[in-house]
Design a protein around this ligand. Structure first.
Ligand SMILES: NC(=O)c1ccc[n+]([C@@H]2O[C@H](COP(=O)([O-])OP(=O)(O)OC[C@H]3O[C@@H](n4cnc5c(N)ncnc54)[C@H](O)[C@@H]3O)[C@@H](O)[C@H]2O)c1
Length: 205
């Protein structure tokens, strides 16, 4: 990277978020890492600082379901790292995936998954769009379950369908600013919506 880009990543304490944070820091991006798990997040920061001593890393423990926590993390990101050029919204939960049918689910199980996976991604996309300039890019974690239904996965699958819908709408609303909305499904599948993808059609990359 010729100029340091600032990339905000949720779910950075584990899995895909952690791998994304390591990779982007190693390529010279400034990374702002957020997760609900404090100790694992601190461990990720230490390991990036060890492997990439010149990396610029800011981190904060947040619950993505809380809009105020998301907004203040991103405000601090802009202040500490000098801008916001990209975001990877990767925090997510499975809930009781594969365990219960719709007829057996209680409100708490439904709300937990929807609050993190859908409300959380909405909170992030909204706050990111408010702080990003032209040519920025947002990747959000969907899933094959965001394109198809599966038995005993209603909350997870519905939340991921919602992420697909949010990303379609954001791409159509913000395409004029050349802000790209993308979906991570699972390696090696990656999809992007853009303003040429008429009314949010999937464009395979
Ligand atoms: N791993 C896969 O094969 C796969 C496939 C399709 C989609 N996905 C999606 O990709 C994303 C990342 O998956 P992963 O396998 O890396 O999961 P993971 O469980 O390893 O990581 C998810 C991270 O999100 C954090 N998190 C959970 N709730 C949070 C909250 N309320 N606020 C802030 N952080 C929170 C967790 O602490 C964890 O560090 C998820 O959204 C998942 O649904 C994963």
């Amino acid at each position: 990277m010729s100029q340091r880009k600032v990339i905000a990543i949720t779910g950075a304490a584990s899995g895909i978020g952690l791998a994304t944070a390591r990779l982007l820091a190693s390529r010279g991006a400034s990374v702002s890492l957020a997760d609900i798990q404090a100790d694992p997040l601190s461990a990720v920061v230490s390991s990036i600082q060890k492997s990439t001593p010149k990396a610029h890393v800011y981190h904060k423990v947040i619950n993505v379901a809380n809009p105020n926590e998301v907004a203040s993390w991103l405000d601090e990101t802009v202040k500490q790292l000098g801008g916001l050029h990209g975001a990877a919204n990767l925090a997510g939960v499975l809930g009781a995936l594969g365990v219960k049918k719709i007829s057996e689910m209680d409100d708490k199980e439904w709300d937990f998954v929807m609050d993190v996976n859908l409300r959380g991604v909405f909170n992030c996309i909204r706050a990111e769009l408010q702080r990003m300039g032209e040519g920025s890019s947002i990747v959000s974690a969907a899933s094959v379950a965001g394109l198809k239904g599966y038995p005993k996965s209603a909350a997870y699958s519905t939340s991921k369908h919602g992420v697909v819908g949010l990303t379609k709408c954001a791409a159509l609303e913000e395409g004029y600013r050349n802000i790209k909305g993308q979906l991570h499904r699972a390696r090696p599948h990656r999809y992007a919506y853009d303003k040429q993808g008429s009314f949010g059609d999937l464009v395979h990359r």
